[in-house]
Design a protein around this ligand. Structure first.
Ligand code: HDD
Length: 750
C-alpha cells in the first residue's frame, strides 16, 4: 500500500490548496472575482474557467481529435448567435407586431430558444438517478500482472477515470443523505477499451437473479398511488418485499447499519459485488472480487444528522466532494482484489462465489492492493458529464471476464438497453464523456444522434471494396477472448443452486462483527424503519426474519415496536465475526474535514488566526461562524448564526460566547444571565448541543471556555478546553482521527 511519505506530500499539497480555495471569499484578495461583476457592454474575454476544469476529452469515435479547443467554455466568443451561427441583435424581447402587440410566429430565434429549452431534460435513470461525478487518474502498482493481462494494471500505468457516486432509490432532486445503498461506478478509459466497474458501497445485493430487479426496485420506490415516500426504504412496500423475499436480508442489514448513511462519498468503500474472472497472458484464470478502500477510512453520519441534512443541505455529499476536490484535498482509494482459484465448483471455503448475497470475509481472503485512484477534477458541465455518463458491466478490456453469477448475467443485458431510452438512441458511446480514450473502429452505423462521419462504402465483413478493413485481431494483437470455460451439461431450468438457499447466516455474520455502538445503530434503524410501516403483518414478518438472524437484535427491535419477539424458525448459524466489517476502533487521516469556529468581535482574534493556520496545515477547512457576515479583522466570516447549523462541521471550536444577536428567536434560557452565567445566542447553544449529541469533538478556550463550562458538557468525553487555540486544536485533531467520540453514543447491547 501507499508509502507514508506520499501521504505526507498529499497533505502538505492539500494544505496550500485548501488555503487557496478559501481566499476567493475575501473581496479583493488575489485571484478573487471583483466585488461587483457588471454586465459588460462591449465584447471582452469571458471569465476564466474554474481552477482545474479542463474540457472533456475531444477524441472522436474513430480516435481522431475533434479540433475543439482543449479548454473550451460554453459561453465563448464575443457575439451571441443562433444555433446556425447567425449573430443576434437581441435575445431579451420577442418579435411583436408593435410594442403592445401579439408575438409573431416568424420569430425564429424565439422558437429555437424555447423549443430547445422545452427539450432540455432527459429521462432520469430508473435507479441511481441522484448522483455526483468527478474525474481522476488510476495508477497501477503492477501487483495484478501475474493474474491478468489487462494493460492498465501493469506497473506504473496511469489511466484516466471518471467516477459517478449515487443513491439508488431517490429521484434526481432528492436528498443526498437518505438511508440507502450508494452507487460507486468507475469508468477506466484504458488503452485497450473502456473498463466500467459498476460498483456499490455494499458488497452484497438484495437479489440473486436479475429477473427480480424490477421487483425489488418497485418495492423500494415510492408507492404508486401517492408517490411517497421519496428516496427511502422506511415504508410498507419495501419491508413487505424484503421480509417475503428473504435473500434480501443480508443486504438489508447493511442498509440498516451505518453504511447506509455515509459521511461522505470520499469515505466509502466500493465493491464490485460479483465474482469476476481474470485471465493472464498464459490464458490462466482466477476468480476475483473487486474492492475500493478509501484512504480516509469508512465513516458515517449519525442518523439524526442525516435526517437534518435532508432538509438543511440536501446536496451535502455533492458539495463535500466538489469542495474537497477544488480545495486540493483530492480523495483517494486503493483498488484491491480478493483472489480465489477458478475451481469447477466456484466456491471458496464453502462460500458460493456465484451468489451475490454472500461476501468472502477479508480474514479468509485478504484484499490485495493493485493500484490507487485519485479524483482531482470536478466536472465542467454536470449534464454533459455526470448526467450523460453511461456505465455498463459488460465494458471489459482483455484480461477481465465475467462469471455465471445470474445477477451479473442479467445486468449484462440491462445497461445498454436502459441507455437507449435514457440517452435517446444507440449512439450514446459517442457522447464525449463516454468516448473511449483509445481508437475505435466499429461497424455500428447511423441511428439517432450519429456524430461520426463514417467514410467508405463497406461497413460489413467480409468485404473487398474497403480493402477488407477492418480486420479482426488475434492473440498477438491483444484481442478480447471470451474465456472458454466449460458449460456444465445440464437441463434448462428456472431454478437456483441449493447453496443459494442460505439467507441468514451472513446477515448474522455481519451483526456479530459489529461493535456495541454499531449494533445499537442497527437496532435503532430497524426500529425506525419498521415503525414507519402501517401494516402489522409486515412488521411481524420482518421480526421473524430478525429472529432468524439474531435473537437479541430481534428482541430489541420488537421492544421498540411494542410487539412480541418471535423465536427463530431455523437453527442459528455460528459464523466467525469479520472484524474488517466494523468502522469503529481505528484512526484515520482527517483531510478535508470541516472545523467550525464560533467567533465574535470579543474573541481572542490572534488565537483564531493561529487556529485557522493550524487547521489549514492539518489539511482541513476552518469555517468562521459569527453573528454577522463580512470580515472579522483580516479573516473572512464564512457562516453566520443564521446560515450555520452543526451538521456541517466535523468538530466545533468555541472562541467566544456570543450574546444573542437581534435576529435570534427567543430562547427559554435567554435570561440566564444571572450571576456569572453568559446569555449566549441560542443558535450557538443549539450548535454545541447537537455537536455533543452527534458525538463530535468540541473544544474551547478564552471566552468560549466559559460558555462550555456552563453548557453542562464540560468534562464529558471528547470535550476539551485549554489556554490557547492551538493547544485545544491539537487535542481536537486527535479526537477527529477516530471520526467520532464513540463513548458518547449509548450502546445497550454487548
Ligand atoms: Fe445497476 C445503474 C450498480 C444490479 C440495472 N447500477 C446502476 C448504477 C450503479 C449500479 C452504481 C449507476 C450507474 C451510474 O452512475 O450511471 N446495479 C449495481 C450493482 C448491482 C446492480 C452493484 C448488483 C450487484 N442493476 C442491477 C441489476 C439490474 C441493474 C440486477 C437489472 C437487471 N442499474 C441498472 C440499470 C441502470 C443501473 C437500469 C440505471 C441507469 C443505468 O443503468 O445506466 O441499467
Amino acid at each position: 500500500s501507499k508509502p507514508a511519505k506520499a501521504v505526507k506530500d498529499v497533505v502538505e499539497n492539500a494544505t496550500e490548496k485548501v488555503a487557496d480555495f478559501l481566499t476567493p471569499d475575501v473581496p479583493g484578495s488575489p485571484g478573487s472575482a471583483p466585488a461587483t461583476v457588471e454586465e459588460p457592454v462591449t465584447p471582452r474575454d469571458p471569465l476564466p474557467p474554474k481552477k482545474e476544469q479542463g474540457a472533456p476529452a475531444t477524441v472522436t469515435p474513430t480516435g481522431a481529435e475533434t479540433g475543439a479547443p482543449a479548454a473550451s467554455k460554453g459561453q465563448q466568443g464575443a457575439y451571441l448567435t443562433t444555433a446556425q451561427g447567425a449573430r443576434l441583435r437581441d435575445t431579451d424581447h420577442s418579435l411583436k407586431a408593435g410594442e403592445r402587440g401579439p408575438t409573431l410566429l416568424q420569430d425564429h430565434h424565439l422558437r429555437e430558444k424555447i423549443t430547445h429549452f422545452d427539450h432540455e431534460r432527459i429521462p432520469e435513470r430508473v435507479v441511481h438517478a441522484r448522483g455526483a461525478g468527478a474525474h481522476g487518474v488510476f495508477e497501477a502498482y503492477g501487483t495484478a500482472s501475474a493474474v491478468t493481462r489487462a494493460g492498465f494494471l501493469k506497473k506504473g500505468r496511469k489511466t484516466d477515470v471518471f467516477v459517478r457516486f449515487s443513491t439508488v432509490l431517490g429521484s434526481r432532486g432528492s436528498a443526498d443523505t437518505v438511508r440507502d445503498t450508494r452507487g460507486f461506478a468507475t469508468k477506466f478509459y484504458t488503452d485497450e477499451g473502456t473498463f466500467d466497474l459498476v460498483a456499490n458501497n455494499m458488497p452484497v445485493f438484495f437479489i440473486q437473479d436479475g429477473i427480480k430487479f424490477p421487483d425489488v426496485i418497485h418495492a423500494g420506490k415510492p408507492h404508486p398511488d401517492r408517490e411517497i415516500p421519496q428516496a427511502q426504504s422506511a415504508h410498507d412496500t419495501f419491508w413487505d418485499f424484503v421480509s417475503l423475499h428473504t435473500e434480501a436480508q443480508h443486504h438489508t442489514m447493511w442498509n440498516m447499519s451505518d453504511r447506509g448513511i455515509p459521511r461522505s462519498f470520499r469515505m466509502m468503500e466500493g465493491f464490485g459485488v460479483h465474482t469476476f474472472r481474470l485471465v493472464n497472458e498464459a490464458g490462466e484464470t482466477v476468480l476475483v472480487k473487486f474492492h475500493w478502500k478509501p484512504k480516509l477510512g469508512v465513516h458515517s453520519l449519525a442518523w439524526e444528522e442525516a435526517q437534518m441534512l435532508g432538509g438543511m443541505d440536501p446536496d451535502f455529499h455533492r458539495r463535500d466532494l466538489y469542495d474537497a476536490i477544488e480545495a486540493g484535498a483530492h480523495p483517494e482509494w486503493e483498488l484491491g482484489i480478493q483472489v480465489f482459484p477458478d475451481t469447477p465448483d466456484q466456491t471458496f471455503e464453502g462460500i458460493d462465489l456465484l451468489d451475490p448475497t454472500k461476501i468472502v470475509p477479508e480474514e479468509l481472503a485478504p484484499v490485495q492492493p493493485v493500484g490507487r485512484m485519485t479524483l482531482n477534477r470536478t466536472p465542467t458541465n454536470f449534464f454533459a458529464e455526470v448526467e450523460q455518463v453511461a456505465f455498463h458491466v459488460g465494458h471489459l478490456p482483455p484480461g477481465i471476464d465475467v462469471t455465471n453469477d445470474p445477477l451479473l448475467q442479467t445486468r449484462l443485458f440491462s445497461y445498454i438497453d436502459t441507455q437507449i431510452t435514457r440517452l435517446g438512441g444507440p449512439n450514446f458511446a459517442q457522447i464525449p464523456i463516454n468516448r473511449p480514450h483509445c481508437p475505435v473502429n466499429d461497424m455500428l452505423r447511423d441511428g439517432f444522434h450519429q456524430h461520426a462521419v463514417h467514410a467508405g462504402v463497406a461497413p460489413y465483413r467480409p468485404n473487398s471494396l474497403d480493402g477488407g478493413n477492418p480486420f479482426v485481431a488475434g492473440d498477438a494483437e491483444n484481442a478480447f477472448v471470451d474465456t472458454p470455460v466449460e458449460v456444465a451439461r445440464s437441463r434448462k431450468v428456472r431454478a437456483n443452486p441449493v447453496s443459494f438457499d442460505d439467507h441468514f447466516s451472513q446477515a448474522r455474520l455481519f451483526w456479530r462483527s459489529m461493535s456495541p455502538v454499531e449494533k445499537e445503530h442497527i437496532i435503532r434503524a430497524y426500529t425506525f424503519e419498521l415503525g414507519k410501516c402501517y401494516e402489522q403483518a409486515i412488521k411481524e414478518r420482518q421480526l421473524q426474519c430478525l429472529a432468524n438472524i439474531d435473537p437479541v437484535l430481534c428482541r430489541e427491535v420488537a421492544t421498540g415496536l411494542g410487539l412480541p419477539a418471535p423465536e427463530p424458525a431455523l437453527p442459528l448459524a455460528d459464523p466467525a465475526p469479520s472484524p474488517a466489517l466494523s468502522q469503529v476502533g481505528k484512526e484515520w487521516p482527517a483531510d478535508g474535514r470541516i472545523v467550525g469556529i464560533v467567533v465574535d468581535d470579543g474573541a481572542d482574534l490572534d488565537g483564531v488566526r493561529d487556529l485557522r493556520r493550524a487547521v489549514f496545515a492539518a489539511g482541513m477547512v476552518p469555517l468562521l461562524i459569527a453573528p454577522y457576515g463580512g470580515m472579522l479583522a483580516d479573516m473572512p466570516v464564512q457562516r453566520t448564526f443564521a446560515t450555520a447549523r452543526s451538521i456541517e462541521f466535523d468538530a466545533l471550536l468555541l472562541a467566544a460566547a456570543p450574546a444573542p444577536a437581534p435576529d435570534a428567536l427567543p430562547a427559554r434560557d435567554a435570561k440566564a444571565g444571572a450571576g456569572d452565567a453568559v446569555a449566549a445566542d441560542p443558535r450557538v447553544t443549539l450548535m454545541i448541543e447537537e455537536c455533543w449529541r452527534h458525538a463530535k469533538a468540541i473544544g474551547a478556550w478564552g471566552a468560549g471556555a466559559k460558555l462550555l463550562a456552563q453548557s453542562g458538557i464540560a468534562g464529558t468525553p471528547g470535550v476539551v478546553s485549554g489556554d490557547s487555540a492551538t493547544e485545544v486544536f491539537t487535542a481536537v485533531r486527535r479526537l477527529m482521527a477516530a471520526h467520532r467520540v464513540w463513548e458518547r453514543f449509548p450502546a445497550s447491547v454487548a
